[in-house]
Design a protein around this ligand. Structure first.
Ligand SMILES: [Zn+2]
Length: 296
């Protein structure tokens, strides 16, 4: 969806009012047809390799026994870029990072929004926190003496898909406000936002992004579970910052648990990475075809 399209929608009150029955019914239904997205084309996908290496050499993100989340996500993201360019050549790919160097969350969203992405895919690895357990360390006056220790929990398994939940609606409103209007210094901008119709239009966009994010996440989930036989914790809504600042449908993929040795091996292997990439490309192809078919 182009920014100009939103502007037209906001200025074109009759069009907006005509679409209101659709907006109000969209909450209870999950309609495939979307009257707002006329002649929609999925043109640009933003691939976000989670985390990275900080200037001091440390890694942000989770660690495995021999690998770092930031390296695994970059390897998968680069393979995904190549695969999309080969298999979906009319889809433009924008990367938030192509090197080891970490990129801040705000910068990631800025890259996504300034490239007018239609979809944001963030690649991550999951990790379970250590378990706190009490163990007996001795006895004093006939009574057991305990201490609490941290024990690594390596039992995590499978994929998880996160979609931004509306926990921080003010931040999202701000992101939408900044990014849906092309001219940053447009003095009309505040007037538009003081207009209740504009607020309704922006809320409609938010609902639409959420609906599309959940839909795409479910398509990914099917590919990973049915296609690759991966265990899955499904699709969850969560307040994920990197997703909330991106004014477009966005899904964060937890590709596996890096602190489970078996999954770490899978995540680091060529076969595992290729399987993950192929699943994302299949879901992406279906999502693109579906959106473009619906809007014809
Ligand atoms: Zn992560």
């Amino acid at each position: 969806m182009k920014n100009k399209a939103l502007k037209r929608l906001i200025y074109g009150l009759p069009v907006l009012l005509a679409s209101l029955p659709f907006f109000s019914s969209a909450k209870n239904l999950t309609p495939r047809r979307d009257t707002v997205t006329a002649a929609y084309k999925l043109k640009t996908v933003v691939i976000d390799a989670g985390h990275g290496t900080r200037p001091n050499g440390t890694h942000s993100g989770a660690s495995g026994s021999y690998s770092q989340e930031s390296n695994v996500t970059l390897a998968i993201a680069l393979k995904l870029q190549k695969a999309i360019e080969k298999d979906i050549p009319d889809l433009n790919v924008v990367m938030t990072r192509k090197t080891e160097a970490d990129v801040g969350l705000k910068a990631r969203s800025e890259i996504a929004n300034s490239s007018k992405g239609d979809l944001f895919i963030s690649i991550h690895c999951n990790s379970l926190a250590d378990r706190r357990v009490r163990e007996v360390v001795g006895h004093k006056h006939g009574r057991a003496v305990y201490r609490t220790v941290s024990v690594p929990d390596r039992s995590g398994k499978g994929v998880l898909f996160l979609v931004y939940g509306f926990h921080r609606s003010e931040e999202e409103q701000e992101a939408l406000r900044e990014n849906l209007f092309e001219e940053k210094d447009n003095s009309d901008q505040q007037d538009i936002l003081d207009n209740p119709a504009a607020v309704i239009a922006i809320n409609a966009f938010k609902a639409k992004y959420r609906k599309q994010s959940i839909h795409f996440a479910n398509m990914l989930n099917s590919e990973f579970t049915e296609g690759d036989g991966r265990r899955s914790d499904g699709v969850k809504e969560q307040g994920v910052l990197v997703l909330c600042h991106s004014a477009m449908p966005a899904v964060l993929i937890e590709t596996g648990f890096i602190n489970n040795r078996e999954e770490e091996d899978y995540l680091n292997s060529e076969a595992g990475q290729n399987e993950i990439v192929a699943s994302i490309v299949r879901a992406l192809s279906s999502y693109k075809a579906e959106l473009e078919q619906v809007s014809q």
